[in-house]
Design a protein. Structure first.
Length: 100
C-alpha cells in the first residue's frame, strides 16, 4: 500500500532535526525506516518547513514505528494514496452504479 507522509518541522527543533538528518548515511536511513518500508521518493522544502514522502508498505505498525522516530521534532500527517490506474479503477467501479 502507498502512503503519503507530510511533515513540518517544529520551529524550535529545526536545527536539531536538520543536523540529525544531514548526517544520516544511506544505511542509517534504511535502519531508521526499516526493511518493511520502501521509500518511493522524498522531497524537502528548505527553511525547515518540512516536506513530503511517498512510501510503500503492507505493515502499518512499521510505518507508525518509523514515524515515531521523528514525532518529537515534526508534525506528521499520513494519508493512504493510490496511483492513476488504481484511482481510475476505483472511480469507474463507483461511477458505473451512479446515474447523472
Amino acid at each position: 500500500m502507498l502512503f503519503q507522509v507530510n511533515w513540518e518541522i517544529y520551529g524550535d527543533k529545526k536545527n536539531k532535526c536538520s543536523r540529525i538528518f544531514s548526517q544520516m548515511r544511506e544505511e542509517d536511513d534504511v535502519k531508521d525506516h526499516g526493511d518493511k518500508i520502501k521509500i518511493i521518493g522524498r522531497w524537502h522544502r528548505f527553511g525547515g518547513k518540512g516536506g513530503v514522502c511517498i512510501c510503500e508498505t503492507d505493515d502499518e505498525k512499521e510505518l507508525c514505528s518509523w514515524l515515531q522516530n521523528w514525532q518529537s521534532m515534526c508534525h506528521i500527517e499520513v494519508y493512504p494514496v493510490v496511483n492513476d490506474k488504481d484511482a481510475r479503477d476505483i472511480l469507474n467501479g463507483k461511477l458505473s452504479t451512479i446515474k447523472d
